[in-house]
Design a protein around this ligand. Sequence first.
Ligand SMILES: [Zn+2]
Length: 278
Amino acid sequence: MQEPEGIPALITICFNQGELGMTERIRKRMDEADLVLLGLGEELDITKLVQEDPWYQAKIENIKNSWIIPYVKKLRIGQIAKDRCSVYMQLCSMLEHKNYFIVSICQDGAIKDAGFDESRIVEPCGGYEKLQCSEKCSGKLHEVSSKLQNQIKDFLDGKLTEADLEEPCCPDCGKPLVFNNINAAHYAEEGYLNQWMRYKKWLQGTVNKNVCLLEIGVGMKYPTVIRWPFEKITFYNQKAELFRVHSKLYQMAGEIKERGFGICREPEEFLKELSNGI
Ligand SMILES: [Zn+2]
């Protein structure tokens, strides 16, 4: 891919709040398309919101055993994700009868709680759902015990102390377990690879099909996962259209400017507008 060709056509489609033309167009396009490919990016990631959340910051400030912090984060993600879930649920009903696939680099797992077919979702960055061995002695994944999750709640309520909490360990080598996501020092990609294979296979079925690609909030953190491949699909498939929604990085590569639309919007606001229109 070449560098975007400067200003022309890139900046022209910068929609502000209240200008509904583009959202309606996308909705219509999603409806008409044979296949819909949805990419969700870091601007939508609730884990990012949690990081800046005053409640979370205050709670983790005095924690001495750092292994506890991701569990607090998990709990807070669950609390904050409720709003987002209702938006995703509406999006789910829009896509219910479509042949779709969702690639999400968010680590909040919120998309999985919205009723989508899980076999049509891949989350290459992992999240806070499963645990893995910190040393990755194997690619095995482990559940987070509900007992520990309840203990974390009690700890946050002041009913338990850090000393009452026990760090989960790998049943095979005894090393600590950590959450199965890209922040792990030895990330066990086994957590998403099956779904990735399924996604690759699904992509093979998009050749020469009428595909609507919708990329929401995807920046430059992991461009090889969504951003660049979506441009490539649009470039090679003449029947594909790509809609890129981002608060800043909405620019489109020059080669696909006829079928690629950069939309300057806050992703969450855009999603609400898109899904409210059904
Ligand atoms: Zn191990």
